[in-house]
Design a protein around this ligand. Sequence first.
Ligand code: ZN
Length: 92
Amino acid sequence: MPRCAFCGADVEVIDRVGRLDECPSCKRDLHACLQCRLYERSAHNQCRESQSGYVTDKERANFCEFFQFGRDVERETEDVNAAKKKLEGLFK
Ligand SMILES: [Zn+2]
C-alpha cells in the first residue's frame, strides 16, 4: 500500500488521488509533489517529468497532470546508497 510521505501512514487510494484529498492520518495534502513518484530532489524542477510545470510549494496540493501518488521511498534510499558508494570509490 502506498504511504504518506509526511507521516508514513498507509494511504488507501481508491482509483486515484484527487486534488482535495488529504492524508487520513496527518491531514496533509496527498496531491503534492512530495507525495509523487516523479518527485526527485536532484532533477530539474525537482521532477522527473520534464514537461510538468514548475510547482512552488512541493508540500501543497498542485494541479499537476502527471501526478502519481505513492513515492518509492525505498528506491530513493537505494539511490543514496549507490551515490555514496560511488563517492567512496573516488577516494580510494
Ligand atoms: Zn500523512
